[in-house]
Design a protein around this ligand. Structure first.
Ligand SMILES: Nc1ncnc2c1ncn2[C@@H]1O[C@H](COP(=O)(O)OP(=O)(O)OP(=O)(O)O)[C@@H](O)[C@H]1O
Length: 476
């Protein structure tokens, strides 16, 4: 190592130190060795191709600034990457970037070893999205933007505990599972952001399982497995999304098993998500599954109506738009599949309104919704009420009209009559007619019974209210 190169690099480090966190500085800049200085071109040696890619993806601005400050406008930076070749001696090859060409992955590679040029480097996929930071975290996914409800209370509070004391609570690993679009990624990234922005300087890394698998495969192809493993073993908080993707990928599972053990033993935090509970994860090794159960497993459910309203309002706030209450309610009633879909519909609604320069109102919401969800019924008729009520109580539609006097059928029939009175313009006589030709006094008796039961039986009242929401939504 030339002493000139050392002196220049030390100056560069002083500049860099002022612009990155202490943890990043020791992880990404301390391991670098200055190799040589030729004119205003400084060559630094980095431990692996991955390390080099990481620097280029995440610290290009800091490096540029340092080189320009120390070597002037004509300053250049070249990298010598130590290639891991198992037992054979490490031969560096040089990746050379002309000034101002940093970050261009197609830049010339001049190698001291022709073979190495052809190797596709083990690299983190380009992060692309400027929203992502060096931990691959979306800064918008925070606890403050994550609406709490019965659907996520346990997972959220466990997540918050982990964020406060990563690696120390008994929630290690923390496994969050739930159906598509229910907020798994948002929650685990909120934990990551909370830790990253906290007082301790922790290296937090979020990675999808798919990316993890691809990186591992690339590392095998490139003979870089060691640097892959070393990299993951340095992490303080590893967040790995959609773990079900590891199913059937035995080699990756084995590697993950070692990384998991190392991190867990070193009291580093592991957070995972999955689309199903660990017991239903097919194609995952038993030893891995048993480790997943060491910590806490918490599920996410579809948010209830009130939580959906709160999610819509939060989204409106972040988009800086106003939507009338009846539209918010309409959307929350109608979209009960998952939160991503709810957000998607809200965004289409906003887009329609701004493209057509019209106000967002119920009419527009219905029109947008009709395009998206087929078969949506906008009117409540007796047929619809009968169908919905019979499905809800798990009885045959025909039984509502039949003579049978079985208790559960009588109740369902009375409830259906009650809603027919509330949501349609049919007379008592007509309602009776639609329920197997009963007379109007039977309908009156049904209405009285339902009202009385709602006063005395909370479960029954909840069922009626739940059904009411379905009808209300369609009667807008
Ligand atoms: N409780 C919540 N509060 C606020 N926003 C939420 C909530 N739950 C989900 N979202 C939003 O819903 C969208 C989908 O969430 P996310 O991507 O986290 O779901 P996921 O469960 O990881 O989905 P997938 O199964 O496809 O990986 C995101 O925009 C997220 O911000």
């Amino acid at each position: 190592m030339s002493s000139e190169a050392s002196a220049v690099w030390n100056e560069c480090l002083r500049v860099i130190e002022q612009h990155v966190s202490e943890q990043s500085f020791s992880t990404w800049f301390k391991p670098i060795n200055p190799v040589k200085l030729e004119g205003t071109s400084l060559t630094i040696q980095v431990p692996s191709q991955f390390f080099y890619e990481w620097l280029e993806d995440n610290y290009i601005q800091e490096l540029k600034l340092a080189i320009k400050t120390v070597l002037g406008q004509s300053g250049r930076l070249e990298y010598a990457v130590v290639v891991d070749r198992g037992n054979s001696a490490n031969q560096p090859y040089v990746v050379s970037y002309p000034q101002g060409n940093h970050g261009n992955k197609k830049a010339n590679v001049t190698s001291s070893d022709a073979q190495d040029q052809k190797k596709s480097p083990f690299q983190m996929e380009s992060l692309g999205d400027e929203m992502l930071t060096q931990s691959n975290l979306n800064p918008n996914y925070t606890f403050s933007t994550y609406i709490e409800g019965d659907c996520n209370r346990l997972a959220r509070s466990a997540g918050f505990a982990v964020a406060t004391k990563p690696g120390i609570t008994s929630f290690n690993p923390l496994m969050v599972y739930g159906g598509v679009g229910l907020g798994k990624t948002h929650l685990v990234q909120a934990i990551g952001n909370e830790i990253k922005n906290g007082p301790e300087d922790k290296f937090v890394l979020y990675v999808s399982s798919e990316k993890f698998v691809n990186q591992f495969m690339d590392s095998i192809k490139d003979g870089n497995v060691k640097s892959f493993t070393n990299f993951y073993m340095q992490v303080d908080v590893l967040i790995i999304d959609d773990i079900q993707f590891l199913a059937g990928k035995d080699r990756t599972q084995e590697m993950f098993f070692h990384i998991f053990n190392h991190l867990h033993q070193s009291k580093k935090q592991i957070i995972m998500t999955s689309d199903c509970p660990p017991r239903d994860l097919k194609g995952l090794e038993e030893r891995l599954l048993s480790r997943f159960k060491w910590g806490l497993t918490a599920d996410l459910q579809m948010p209830d109506f009130e939580t959906r309203v709160a999610i819509i309002r939060r989204k409106m706030q972040s988009e800086g738009i106003f939507i009338p209450d009846d539209v918010v309610e309409y959307l929350a009633y109608t979209v009960d599949t998952n939160v991503r879909e709810l957000e998607g519909i809200l965004i289409s609604l906003i887009a329609h309104a701004s493209l057509n320069r019209v106000e967002i109102d119920l009419q527009l919401a219905k029109a947008v919704m009709k395009n998206i969800i087929r078969d949506i019924e906008t009117e409540v008729g007796i047929d619809f009420i009968q169908k919905t009520v019979s499905e809800y109580f798990g009885i045959e539609l025909d039984d509502l009209k039949a003579k049978t006097r079985k208790k559960e059928i009588v109740i369902a029939r009375q409830v259906a009559m009650y809603f027919s009175k509330e949501f349609t313009n049919h007379s008592l006589k007509s309602i009776g007619y639609h329920f197997g030709g009963r007379d109007h006094s039977t309908v009156i008796h049904a209405l009285t019974t339902v009202n009385d039961m709602m006063d005395t039986d909370t479960n029954f009242k909840n069922s009626v209210n739940e059904l009411k929401k379905k009808f209300k939504m369609r009667s807008y």
